[in-house]
Ligand binder design. Structure first.
Ligand code: GLN
Length: 277
C-alpha cells in the first residue's frame, strides 16, 4: 500500500471525526517522521509492513475516539511542541489567553513565576520561552507528570523553567513570586461535558473539582497571597460560568484590581488580581 492509498483509507475510516483529513495526515506524518508536504510530494512510496501495522494501530485508536494528542503523544501549544502522556490533560488553545495575559505583567527581567498544576508544562514553558530572564517554577502533584514536564523543558532547550512535585503549595520552598498562574481542575463532578469527546480520555484529577468546580480555585486563591510579592499578580483560568464566583472569592481574600478576561471564543476565562496588602 502506498502513502496515497493509506491516506484515502484513513480519511474514510475517520469520517466521524471533525477533521478526518487532518487527523489522517497528522498520524501519517508522525509515523513516517516526514512533513505533510513531503507526504504529498512522495505519495507513490510504498509503506513497509512494519510501518503499516504501526499506522493501523494509531488509526484504530483515533477511530475509537482517543484524542489525536494522545495517539501521537504530542501537541502544539503557543509555539511549542509538547510531549503529552495519558496522566496529563491536553493543553487547550484557549489557555494561550492566560499566557498572553501573564506576559503583560512580566515587563521587568528576572521575575519569579509559579505555575500550579503544570501538566505538560504548557503555561510555564511558554512563559519561560518568552521571558528568558525570568525564572519559572512549575509544580504538579503527579510524579510522572513532573517528569514529563521536565522532559519537555530539556527537549525544547528551555533552561529557565524548573519542575517539581507538590500538591498545590505543600512542597514549595519558602519563596515569593511575582506572578502565580494556574489552570486548575474546575469542572463540576457531575458535568455531562465529561462524557463527551476528548475529555472522556483525560485524567479526572486534572479536570474535576468539588464545590461546583470551585474547590481548587478557592484553595489557590486562599493560599497564594502568602507566596506573592507585594506587587505580585494571581491569574487563574476557570470555566466560562465561573467568572463572577472567582472574582467574589478573590475579593473576599482582599485581592486588588480584580478583572476577568474573555477567551478567543468570547467566554469569560481568566480572572486576575493583585496580591492583597
Ligand atoms: N478547559 C478545559 C476543558 O474545556 C478544562 C480545563 C480544566 O478543568 N482545567 O475541557
Amino acid at each position: 500500500m502506498n502513502i496515497r492509498n493509506w491516506l484515502q483509507k484513513a480519511i474514510i475510516t475517520l469520517h466521524h471525526s471533525d477533521s478526518p483529513k487532518l487527523d489522517a495526515q497528522t498520524i501519517l506524518s508522525f509515523a513516517m517522521g516526514k512533513s505533510i508536504a513531503w507526504l504529498y510530494a512522495f505519495d507513490e512510496i510504498i509503506i513497509n509492513d512494519d510501518k503499516l501495522i504501526f499506522l493501523d494501530e494509531l488509526l484504530i485508536r483515533r477511530f475509537n475516539g482517543e484524542p489525536l494528542a494522545y495517539v501521537i503523544g504530542q501537541c502544539e501549544f503557543w509555539s511549542l511542541t509538547l510531549k503529552v502522556i495519558c496522566d496529563t490533560m491536553i493543553p487547550r488553545y484557549d489557555t494561550e489567553i492566560i499566557v498572553e495575559q501573564s506576559l503583560n505583567y512580566l515587563s521587568k527581567p528576572s521575575l519569579k513565576i509559579l505555575d500550579l498544576g503544570t501538566g505538560t508544562g504548557a503555561i510555564a514553558l511558554s512563559i519561560a520561552s518568552e521571558r528568558p530572564q525570568c525564572k519559572v517554577f512549575g509544580i504538579d502533584c503527579i510524579s510522572t507528570v513532573v517528569k514529563n514536564a521536565q522532559y519537555n523543558a530539556v527537549n525544547l532547550n528551555i533552561s529557565n523553567a524548573t519542575f517539581f512535585l507538590s500538591y498545590w503549595f505543600n512542597n514549595i520552598p519558602q519563596n515569593k513570586f511575582d506572578l502565580i498562574v494556574s489552570n486548575p481542575p474546575y469542572i463540576e463532578v457531575n458535568s455531562p461535558y465529561l462524557k463527551l469527546g476528548d475529555v472522556r480520555f483525560e485524567p479526572t484529577s486534572a479536570l474535576v473539582s468539588d464545590e461546583n468546580g470551585l474547590s481548587d480555585l478557592k484553595a489557590i486563591i486562599k493560599n497564594s497571597f502568602h507566596w506573592l510579592t507585594y506587587d505580585g499578580w494571581l491569574l487563574l483560568e476557570h470555566g466560562w460560568k465561573q467568572g463572577k464566583a472567582v472574582r467574589n472569592i478573590m475579593q473576599q481574600y482582599g485581592y486588588r484590581k480584580i478583572s476577568t478576561i474573555k477567551d478567543y471564543g468570547g467566554n469569560p476565562r481568566v480572572t486576575l488580581g493583585k496580591a492583597p496588602t
